[in-house]
Design a protein around this ligand. Structure first.
Ligand code: ADP
Length: 482
């Protein structure tokens, strides 16, 4: 699939440190999850290279922070435009290494780029403060300054957007970055880094350390005194490890961790709209997003009607290679994803669920979109993220019961509900213990809004005007002798 790139020079396979492409002494294979075919071999760097990247970022910092916000914004805007211009090639690279359907990959390129555009604009609006004095001989001022070298560790499910969402606010604020992209999807990361180079990003400001030894690279990033902030998107267990490793240096942390999103359909919902929303939320990226509906709760009086309409629509989804026209569900990322999905389905069946459609593999890395009726709270799929195209549908009787079921998890990232009752919308919207609530919609993400979770789903918010705060230190100046 990569032979057809319009601009073959976007296919970078070396890491980027201090403006130089680094081949490293070892290489690792990147494969197409749909076919298992090798796509490229990429530099497999280690602890020493990570130290070098941090040192380069630290050297680049003074000049980068000394640029005016407008100068940094101009580079970010050029980068944004280059990404948009190369949408087709970037999407091809993404579908090849990640598997998502090409149309979804193009959507991600545009979504990923939008964070660069947004934070290029926000760069110019990092306002300080003057505080009314309580002593006429003094004045109180607040400056906002870049935190310093930032590290980012990103996952494979959104190979571009999870990088830009962290890197754009860091760069906008005046911080250089060292990125460790997921080892399964480094090509997308390197292609956008190449475009950053073409946009005029100074050497050392944006570094990419590709590696299969994520724990060694992670340890160096966490332990370094020079790295002042670590941003991570991935699983909650790895988030816990990183948080612990960052304790000795009291590093600032942004964590976007796992979710277990409830999707509640009340009896007053527009059922057709709820079905559309559930399909969009559940099956996007083959169910491999941290905001995918994981548990569908449908009120008992509309359960049969909802499930009939929903199953009908799910049967219309098309599984296949993301490059084939009309495919809506690509492969899952790796074999162990299939193992987890199969474990969740067989556990549910053993505990009384029934399969209305799907329920099996269709080829090595492909799983049929599945609807499980009569799901119950004791099933694995009620407690853990399935991260696959499986929708367990539970039932409930009252609003209070729905809220209690939805909140019965250590996670708190995204949640969704459908209702046309304005009182209920406020009651339930306020009661759900989640960072994000989609009401009468299954799609909530955009650069302008704060994305993030509560409880064990993480710390901090990405996107929106809040998204730059994690990359900024607040400094108070007290001026006496007035
Ligand atoms: P996922 O289930 O999405 O693969 P992970 O949390 O395993 O989630 O991976 C997300 C990112 O974290 C990837 O870039 C991966 O390489 C990295 N990672 C995994 N384990 C560690 C670790 N011990 N230290 C640092 N990074 C890690």
């Amino acid at each position: 699939p990569l032979a057809q790139l319009a601009d073959a020079t976007l296919l970078k396979t070396d890491a980027l440190i201090d403006g130089q492409w680094v081949a490293g002494s070892a290489r690792f294979d990147v494969t197409d999850p749909a076919t298992g075919a090798k796509l490229a071999d990429v530099a497999d760097l280690g602890a020493d290279d990570t130290e070098a990247a941090i040192a380069a970022a630290n050297r680049a910092w003074p000049a980068w922070r000394a640029k005016t916000a407008k100068e940094r914004a101009a580079i970010l805007q050029r980068w944004y435009r280059l990404i948009i211009e190369h949408t087709d090639d970037l999407a091809r690279i993404m579908t090849a290494e990640q598997g998502k359907p090409l149309a979804e990959a193009k959507g991600e390129v545009s979504y990923g780029a939008s964070f660069i555009e947004w934070f290029a604009e926000e760069a110019k609006r990092v306002y300080g403060e003057t505080i009314p004095t309580t002593d006429n001989g003094k004045r109180y001022l607040v400056l906002k300054q870049p935190v310093g070298v930032c590290a980012a560790i990103t996952p494979w499910n959104f190979p571009i957007a999870m990088i830009t969402r962290k890197v754009a606010p860091a760069l906008a604020a005046g911080c250089p970055v060292v990125i460790k992209p997921a080892e399964l999807t480094p090509l997308s990361a390197l292609a956008v880094a190449e475009l950053a180079q073409r946009a005029g990003m100074p050497s050392g400001v944006l570094n990419i350390v590709t590696s299969t030894n994520s724990s060694a690279v992670g340890q160096v990033l966490c332990k370094s005194d020079l790295v002042r902030h670590l941003s991570f998107t991935g699983s909650t267990p790895v988030g816990r490890i990183l948080m612990e490793q960052c304790a000795p240096t009291i590093k600032k942390l942004s964590l976007e961790l796992g979710g277990n999103a409830p999707f509640i359909v009340f009896d007053d919902a527009d059922l057709d709209s709820a079905v559309e929303g559930a399909i969009a939320s559940k099956y996007r990226n083959a169910g491999q997003t941290c905001v995918c509906a994981n548990r569908l709760y449908v009120q008992d009086t509309v359960y049969d009607a909802f499930i009939a309409k929903f199953t009908e629509k799910v049967k219309g989804l098309k599984v296949g290679n993301g490059f084939e026209a009309g495919v809506t569900i690509g492969p899952v990322i790796e074999d162990k994803a299939i193992t987890k999905i199969e474990a969740h389905v067989s556990d549910a069946l053993a505990k009384g669920a029934s399969v209305l459609t799907g329920g099996k593999k269709s080829g090595d890395r492909f799983y049929e979109p599945t609807v499980l009726a009569h799901a119950t709270s004791d099933m694995l799929c009620a407690r853990e993220e399935t991260f696959g195209p499986v929708a367990p549908v539970f039932t409930f009787k009252t609003e209070a019961e729905a809220i209690a079921l939805a909140n019965n998890t250590e996670f708190g990232l995204a949640s969704y509900f459908y209702s046309r009752d304005i009182g209920r919308i406020f009651r339930v919207g306020e009661a759900l213990e989640y960072g994000m609530v989609g009401i009468n919609t299954g799609l909530i993400s955009t650069a302008e809004v704060p994305f993030g979770g509560v409880k064990q789903s993480g710390l901090g918010r990405e996107g929106s005007h809040h998204g730059i705060d994690d990359y900024i230190e607040v400094k108070y100046l007290c001026l006496g002798d007035i």
